[in-house]
Design a protein around this ligand. Structure first.
Ligand code: 2AM
Length: 177
């Protein structure tokens, strides 16, 4: 069977310690909100979701990713939120982070030159913690604010299967690490 399309997105991945802290928060919240906690290895923020992309466009995306200039930013996660549809409890920030918003806009400008179209709705930077969550968290404050630095973006493939999605990093931009 030939796979003609790939489910792709651009993301930032917190460091291991931050992802573990987020997974702990997810486990704390899942019984309160319904749903199930996502594992530490899945904790990320999506910058640009491309969805199903024809495999013939992959080379251009790999090149775009590898040629992306070095990044340096810091993001503080200090609040919790709930998207009733698609039933996600997430971690994000009180204040939209200007560096993240700028990165999202720059990425979509570059993607537009490759024929991809940015979504209409506003970008709400978030890390999904709990899926199939029917209730909002009891408090909108994260129990302990988390500050993490990012220095590269990743082009990731999502492989849907039974249970949680599996994510595979296909390429990274230049990092300082
Ligand atoms: P989510 O965690 O908020 O569901 C892989 O599925 C990644 O792409 C996840 O981070 C997911 O965000 C995001 N994603 C899936 N569908 C999306 C969509 N239609 N628009 C934006 N992001 C999406």
């Amino acid at each position: 069977l030939v796979t003609l399309s790939r489910r792709l997105f651009f993301a930032l991945w917190p460091d291991d310690a931050s992802r573990r802290a987020l997974a702990t928060e997810a486990e704390r919240l899942a019984p309160r909100c319904g749903g199930y906690p996502l594992p530490a290895q899945n904790m990320h923020i999506t910058l640009a979701f491309l969805g199903s992309v024809d495999a013939s466009r992959l080379t251009a995306l790999l090149e775009l990713t590898r040629a992306w200039p070095a990044l340096q930013g810091e993001w503080t996660l200090d609040r919790l939120g709930h998207f009733p549809q698609p039933r996600i409890v997430w971690a994000g920030s009180q204040m939209p982070d200007p560096a993240l918003l700028a990165l999202n806009a720059e990425l979509w400008q570059a993607l537009a030159r490759h024929g991809f179209t940015a979504p209409q709705r506003d970008f709400t930077p978030h890390v999904s913690l709990v899926r199939q969550a029917d209730r909002a968290p009891p408090s909108s404050r994260l129990s302990a604010p988390l500050c993490w630095r990012f220095d590269h973006l990743a082009l990731v493939e999502s492989q849907l299967g039974e249970g949680d999605s599996r994510y595979r990093t296909l390429a990274c931009s230049h990092g300082t690490a």
